[in-house]
Write a protein that binds this ligand. Structure first.
Ligand SMILES: [Mg+2]
Length: 275
């Protein structure tokens, strides 16, 4: 039941992302479809928050350092009840609270302004130290991309979190094997990712990031871990759930033709039927 409900939530997140993408005709749709399962599990099963009080001091913090994934987070915030789903139609428009890159001052539930990559984990470390100092039970999550593993600042923050034994920090790495300049393996080799985090003193688990059951089990295990920060490394597929987008060559920033949006929604619906 738990997994079935989360699959339904992931489906709605993907559907929202396609609808928002259609407003602009292009965008980071592939990443949004790829992380929908992670966000569904995070917002419907893991995070502690109050939908009607986004600034509740005891909330778990979810930091989106990949600001260009904002389209995915807006969809998840709508699923979480923090945003009204009707507002999603304003995505990227003038005067909208939902800009194309995540901005903390614009959007309820958006904890940081991301987009300048490699800063999320450093902010997470500072927040986690502060929360520990206050005696808070709140946890800090940072969703980062495999491209952000190219950033030295990510590893500085990783060292800092381990040094201070920040077991209230969980990093979630979206390993979609792609970044702006091409396949991650060709731009700057980051593998073996799990062993690198372990060498930095982190408790690491690697899962198929599109397998809801595996994500639920992994988050359960991480929540129980004490003594060091933890990282969930998630292998995801760009465009997941929509074959016509899964196979698109230029996948980092996708241009989708006007007639393709309905096809994409149809493919998403077909995939759901065979689940
Ligand atoms: Mg990537």
């Amino acid at each position: 039941m738990r997994v079935r409900a989360l699959r339904d939530a992931a489906h709605r997140i993907r559907h929202h992302a396609l609808d928002m993408g259609e407003v602009q005709g292009q965008g980071y749709i592939g990443q949004a479809l790829g992380v929908a399962d992670i966000l569904a599990v995070a917002y419907k099963d893991v995070l502690n928050y109050r939908a009607d009080e986004p600034d509740w001091p005891e909330r778990d913090r979810f930091l989106l350092s990949v600001g260009h994934y904002a389209i995915a987070l807006y969809a998840a915030l709508a699923e979480a009840g923090i945003l009204d789903p009707e507002e999603l139609a304003t995505y990227g428009s003038d005067d909208s609270r939902l800009p194309m890159s995540g901005m903390a001052s614009y959007t309820p539930g958006m904890e940081i302004s991301g987009g300048s990559l490699g800063h999320g984990l450093g902010i997470a470390a500072g927040m986690a130290l502060g929360l520990r100092h206050q005696g808070s039970e709140a946890r800090v999550y940072n969703l980062l991309s495999d491209g952000e593993l190219d950033e030295g600042s990510t590893w500085e923050a990783a060292m800092l979190c381990a040094h201070h034994g920040l077991d209230n920090v969980t990093a979630i790495v979206d390993v979609n094997a792609l970044q702006a300049d091409g396949p991650t393996a060709g731009v700057l080799r980051t593998e073996p990712v799990t062993e690198k985090w372990e060498a930095f003193g982190w408790h690491a688990i690697r899962v198929d990031g599109n397998d809801i059951g595996a994500l639920v089990d992994a988050f359960d295990a991480l929540r129980a871990h004490r003594g060091s920060p933890s990282v969930l490394i998630c292998d995801t597929r760009i465009g997941r759930g929509v074959p016509l987008l899964e196979t698109r060559e230029k996948a980092h920033f996708m241009r989708v033709e006007e007639h393709e949006w309905q096809l994409a929604r149809d493919e998403l619906a077909q995939g759901r039927d065979v689940q």
